[in-house]
Design a protein around this ligand. Structure first.
Ligand SMILES: Cc1cc2nc3c(=O)[nH]c(=O)nc-3n(C[C@H](O)[C@H](O)[C@H](O)COP(=O)(O)O)c2cc1C
Length: 219
């Protein structure tokens, strides 16, 4: 897929098909993503791929009620070994270590899109509890979770603010620029089936509740 198209097509996916994703496919995504830049090339990112449904459920339980994550056939936990960075960069190390993990997360989502997969970056979780579920040692922190699988639907386009509200020239706050030199905003490309975020969230909430009831009956 052409790059701009990948960027436009990637939208958060919180609605996955009931279809397994192979470790080979996940490997393909991670294998190209590891070429992401990292400060000093320290590559302080580590991945825990969670596919086991019980483990997934235990993990999702620590993600602030985001039950939709259970439908993703895999969750990739991006772990940050910040020591690798702080040894090399001292006081900037911590910041770099987080930035490196954020950058590779983006690469993962973009490569996944290129392969027709859906992803959602999840940051709302309890770090301590996630660490406990996955036996993550003290010096490692879970930086994010990427839910990955085959998309049923993607979220509707979340509007992006115009570039001119986010760009200054030569110094903070200076909005002056020469007319005619500024890039024109491109319309968003067409993605696969999209549903509105509010409809999607209501649907996901209902399926989460249903899952809870089913689990209660099961137990
Ligand atoms: C650092 C980070 C944390 C996020 N955490 C969550 C999350 O916990 N749950 C969720 O549903 N989406 C989460 N998202 C997804 C954002 O809500 C989403 O990217 C944003 O609304 C823009 O929509 P888009 O990804 O479809 O373009 C997170 C995204 C980022 C970058």
């Amino acid at each position: 897929m052409e790059f701009d198209n990948i960027v436009h097509t990637r939208r958060t996916c919180r609605d996955f098909k009931k279809k397994d994703i192979s470790m080979g496919t996940i490997g393909e995504v991670l294998d190209i993503s590891r070429f992401a830049p990292s400060a000093g090339n320290v590559q302080n990112w580590y991945f825990i791929v969670v596919k086991d449904s019980e483990k997934k459920e235990a993990l999702v339980d620590k993600c602030k009620g985001q039950a939709w994550m259970n439908d993703a056939p895999a969750l990739i936990v991006i772990c940050n070994k910040s020591d690798d960075c702080t040894k090399k960069f001292k006081e900037k190390g911590e910041q770099f270590s987080i930035q490196n993990c954020a950058i590779i997360s983006s690469y993962i989502t973009l490569k996944a899109t290129d392969m027709g997969l859906g992803t959602a970056i999840v940051g709302a979780f309890n770090d301590k509890e996630v660490k406990r579920v996955l036996d993550i040692p003290n010096n490692i922190s879970p930086e994010g979770i990427v839910a990955i699988g085959y998309p049923n639907s993607l979220d509707e386009d979340q509007e992006r603010e115009d570039l001119r509200y986010h760009t200054y020239f030569e110094s903070w706050g200076n909005k002056e620029f020469t007319k005619g030199t500024w890039p024109i905003s491109k319309p968003l490309g067409k993605a696969t089936k999209k549903v509105s975020q509010s409809t999607n969230r209501a649907k996901l909430k209902a399926s989460g509740l249903l899952r809870k009831v089913k689990n209660k009956i099961k137990n």
